[in-house]
Write a protein that binds this ligand. Structure first.
Ligand code: F6R
Length: 261
């Protein structure tokens, strides 16, 4: 893993956007793995600024969202289909026909989730997967005890996840109880992963994911099994890491040829 600790949340967004830009510049038809929630918003803003300035073209790229709620209409402003359209597809000038979100309204959930994984594979896999992390260590909505081998499937949201996401809904009771999420195995299949986290609320989850044991109790720790995972965090989210000085020294002295694995 490469751990990049930066002074501010804006720096986190800019540096993660640099990584994504470099993937898209090298491969204009890149497949992007798209996270929702607050963590990646600075990435999307930074990418949108580059697109508006004519420095980046994402129009040929395709995208697969990480997850979607079950039980809310597609038109609901907080459905992830709506969020991805509003925060990502529009601002980045992506082709809506090339961006998919798991179908939380599917009548045959098993068939829909299997087809989602098959579509990712048919696209050649995700070139770069953007991730946030929950305070309980979840990535996607793979809540604690999720199998490291899991594929896209239906999950029950943990009470702390429903509480954290209540800020997006008028009434906490409106937060869906279930979701479809890419599995940890699906996420680990991405060619490259960039996880971003900001703020003290994520410090324990980041320490457990990066330095803790591999454990289904911290699904983010599955990223220790990935060959090309980059963790971009601000100082507050890095506060509980024991080796933060080493990570900073390593990043500051990164040889141009080095690929972190
Ligand atoms: C969102 C997702 C979640 C979030 C996580 C952090 O698509 O899969 O894992 O990344 O819950 O959420 P924020 O960024 O809102 O703190």
């Amino acid at each position: 893993m490469e751990i990049i600790i930066l002074p501010t949340p804006e720096d986190v967004g800019r540096v993660a956007a640099d990584l994504i830009s470099s993937v898209v510049k090298a491969k204009p038809t890149a497949v992007l793995g798209l996270a929702t929630g607050s963590s990646p918003l600075d990435i999307y803003h930074s990418l949108a600024t580059r697109v508006a300035a004519g420095e980046l073209d994402v129009s040929q790229a395709s995208g697969f969202a990480l997850d979607e709620y079950v039980g809310i209409p597609l038109e609901h402003p907080e459905s992830y289909a709506a969020v991805i359209a509003r925060d990502v597809v529009g601002p980045l000038g992506m082709d809506p026909a090339k961006v998919r979100v798991p179908d939380g309204r599917a009548l045959d959930i098993e068939a829909a989730t299997a087809e989602y994984d098959a579509a990712i594979a048919a696209a050649g896999g995700v070139d770069i997967q953007i991730l946030g992390i929950g305070a309980n260590g979840h990535i996607g909505f793979n809540e604690p005890t999720s199998s490291f081998a899991s594929r896209t499937r239906i999950k029950t949201l943990a009470p702390e996840t429903r509480a954290a996401n209540a800020r997006f809904f008028d009434d906490p009771a409106d937060v869906p109880t279930h979701c479809l999420t890419q599995g940890l195995g699906t996420i680990l299949d991405a060619h490259r992963v960039v996880l971003v986290a900001q703020g003290a609320g994520k410090a324990a989850a980041i320490a457990a994911a990066v330095e803790g044991p591999l454990s289904a109790m911290c699904p983010g720790s599955a990223l220790q099994l990935h060959q090309h995972a980059t963790i971009v965090i601000d100082e507050a989210a890095a506060a509980e890491l024991t080796l933060s000085e080493y990570y900073k020294y390593t990043y500051a002295n990164k040889p141009a040829f080095q690929r972190f694995e």
